[in-house]
Design a protein around this ligand. Sequence first.
Ligand code: PBG
Length: 382
Amino acid sequence: MKPMKRNEPAAQRGTQAQRAKAPRPDDRSAGDHAAPAPAAASPSAPMLTSTAAPGGYPAVRLRRPRQAGWSRRLVAETRLTPDDLIWPLIVMSGKGREPISSMPGVDRLSVDECVRAAEQAMALGIPALALFPFTPASERTEDGAMALSPDNVVNQAARAIRRAGLDIGVIADVALDTYTSHGHDGLLDGDRILNDETIAVLVRQSLAQAEAGVDVIAPSDMMDGRVGAIRRGLEANGFQNTQIMSYAAKYASAFYAPYRDAVGSSAALRGDKRTYQMDPANSDEALREVALDIAEGADMVMVKPGTFYLDIVRRVHDTFAMPTYAYQVSGEYAMMMAAAERGWLDGDRIMMESLIAFKRAGAAGILSYFAPRAARMLGRGA
Ligand code: PBG
């Protein structure tokens, strides 16, 4: 590195450098459409607005604002608040709660317990819950018919939360995997997922949920055209105000494994979901998926999984300026919990760091199993 000349202030050096490069008056008439040169570039005007950082250090020291907590708060570009969090709940029939071995700290909840969780979420300032059903193998069928039942556990929980009169958003997953004996999100013909036949069922599943008081329908199945069909179904049945949060860019990911355990799909699932969920190698394709869902009537779009797909969150947010959500999925949660349990990583700190990363990438909100724990920490001023 070249040593700096001691008695030459950085600002002045910059001025000279800029002056040497400043256009001469006749340069400006080079073309009819040439924009007038900014005042600062004029040789006679003082260089007050130069964006160049001539010389940089020591005039520029990015550590200065980092020296105190108040100053770090003042310059923080993004912030995480409980308003950013959506809490996924796994609903089961019966009473009480049941631990999920691959997701320490997360339990399956009975309908009663879901209402209690909703009250807790309210107290913590969490704006919405996302409901998923646990269905034991004995109650699963080839066609996943229970998805349509007004009395399945998700619809029961939605009704119970509505009855409790809580001002909290209820989001429900639309897909068949939690009800089918084969664990796939759609209807099967042999090994083939039937797109259009599945859509017809998903529309009915959505209507049953809207009827039960679900505020936001969240199709996670990745069938082509399902958002449009669900939107038309809602409009035709008096649910004009029901929102759709589409799992627009959902990837075929190995990070869903603990969730499949949680909802009872692990043993059921035959094969993988690569004929409908996206290839992790693709990014442009995610924009096409999102564009279609928006055109079909989605109010909000989601990218899933989260942490390893933050580039997609950023592209989607910047391209569409839509409320963009990210799902920090079960495997991301499990991974962090496992490392924290072993004392390899600091659980609270990786939780908060992982969540602010979503905000930095442009997410409007995050579905996360950490939601109540993070909201509690934020409430304590973390
Ligand atoms: C399926 C669905 C999945 C998740 C939400 N909805 C799993 C899958 O696609 O196999 C995953 C959630 C998580 O891993 O936390 N419709």
